[in-house]
Design a protein around this ligand. Sequence first.
Ligand SMILES: Nc1nc2c(ncn2[C@@H]2O[C@H](COP(=O)(O)OP(=O)(O)OP(=O)(O)O)[C@@H](O)[C@H]2O)c(=O)[nH]1
Length: 334
Amino acid sequence: MNRTPLVLLTGFLGAGKTTMLNTLLATPEFRDTAVVINEAGDVGLDHLLVEQGSDSITMLEGGCLCCRAKGALAPALANLMRRTRDESLPPFKRVVVETSGLSDPAPLLEGLITDAYFNRFFELAGVVTAIDARAFAATADRHPEARMQVALADRLLLTKTDLATSGEIRKVQQALTNLNPHARQHLVQPGMATMSAFWPQALDLPRALARPNMICSPEPAAIASASLVFEGAIEPDALEAWLDHTINLLGPMLLRMKAILNVADTTRPTVLHAVQGLLHRPLDLKAWPNGDRQNRVVLIGRDVEEQILMDALARLSTIARAPIQKFAKVSHQS
Ligand SMILES: Nc1nc2c(ncn2[C@@H]2O[C@H](COP(=O)(O)OP(=O)(O)OP(=O)(O)O)[C@@H](O)[C@H]2O)c(=O)[nH]1
């Protein structure tokens, strides 16, 4: 029986994994791809941000796949297979698993290659790591999991090359070569990811797994996340003031913000991303996921009290017109 090839897509928080997947899923070569997404926060947004082929997207919430949700991947894959058998899902030829930005891929790889179910139906095609060309130098200094994502990669795809100078890109490429001389590096122009750049040709798994220090989430207690779902339209001016205040308040402690927002007098959902203090240009989704017009916001911080993240979210919900807070969650990576 032919086994289905599977790629692990890693990359630090905000490196551009979901954006790249969206580009790829819109290409004919990538049709027939099932996607499994794992997120660090308790309320996942990425499955709502992937606009193509939503039927074949599976969400794994409840923490980083490399530790808390470690055993969840094989059942999710089994579920995909079952759904193709009962024809609730079209057949797929390959699988991409997007790991949370905080995942150390080593325990995940080890878990997969020793899993009997996985080995019967799937084969690991490789590890692809998205690298934020602008932020990588600082990220690699501070976050061992980001270095591990590079060390275990078969392909390193440099994103946000439009935000970095050619000198910065050369420096990042050299740093990547130092960390992993075996991985192929590709520069990805925004919206131009291709199957040939993305999909690894062959995996040298023993080399990848021979790396030292494969520990799960090196400094787990330092990461906190909070998320909130609430109703009500938000005035653009009030939103801008909240963003200014929150980004200044949290500074480098803010690793990641992701939000789908109901901005007053707009029909489409507004998507906001901040990555390590840099707010990206807002995007629109074509339509409201689930049609519910609910605001969904996730904050992930390092060395910050959970309560501070919660307070920031609570402030945002109070500037929405007629807010009805649906639920709020706080979690510590453990
Ligand atoms: N300028 C520019 N922005 C990009 C590029 N790729 C991604 N972005 C932006 O970076 C932000 C984060 O992108 P995502 O694709 O959500 O990153 P991610 O790796 O999935 O993030 P996590 O789910 O937090 O791990 C978004 O605002 C994207 O629009 C790029 O090549 N150039």
